[in-house]
Design a protein. Sequence first.
Length: 237
Amino acid sequence: MIDLHYWTTPNGHKITIFLEETGLPYNIIPVNIGKGEQFKSNFLAVSPNNRIPAIVDHAPADGGKPISIFESGAILLYLADKTGKFIARDVRGRTESIQWLFWQMGNLGPMAGQNNHFSNYAVEKLPYAIDRYRNEVNRLYGVLDRQLADRTFIAGDYSIADMASYPWIVPHERQGQKLADFPNLKRWFEAVRARPAVVQAYEKAKEINPNPPGIRTAEERAILFGQTAASVRAATR
Ligand SMILES: N[C@@H](CCC(=O)N[C@@H](CS)C(=O)NCC(=O)O)C(=O)O
């Protein structure tokens, strides 16, 4: 059994997609990040960066004590290796999946996160910051569109690279992007969206958090947007 410390955000969806695709048994432990549950000590014990998602695998391959993992890319890679699914076995295919997984982790996720922050959450609308991140996300959509011009999925066969990127394309309207400008990306997006496991993962999210994504109360904003080292110190004391 896998414990999944989860909230209903793009990085959380990546892991429910993988678990639904493979049918691995899992147990969701909700971590409501708007209420500050990411600072609870039981969560920090598995996720020291106070961010979801994290997992605990109670039946690791070596038969030893449970393994806990944080960072969604590391989790996807761990689960792909554990199951032998959604990552190619040959060195070239495996490297292709891993490099696009890292591309998502280092580019699409962080830039889309900042774009969302400055375009949607920031009270003060700063044109320089909004343009900077919206343009960068636009560039990244262009990179994906080009990559998908001559292949069905990002790294060839459907893999953890697709599972990592898909949840970050879902909010394309909030990101100020037009999917119609990226025909290959749009075709891929629709193909991934139609997968039963992907539908199931998003249904699960609605069960856990019926509130529409992207709406933040004043209380939630204070928890999410005012973090410093003091927040971490206070949590671990
Ligand atoms: N690089 C991390 C990023 C995780 C992340 O930013 N998670 C967000 C939700 S998508 C979170 O937990 N935020 C809580 C907070 O900001 O306190 C990963 O991919 O796992």
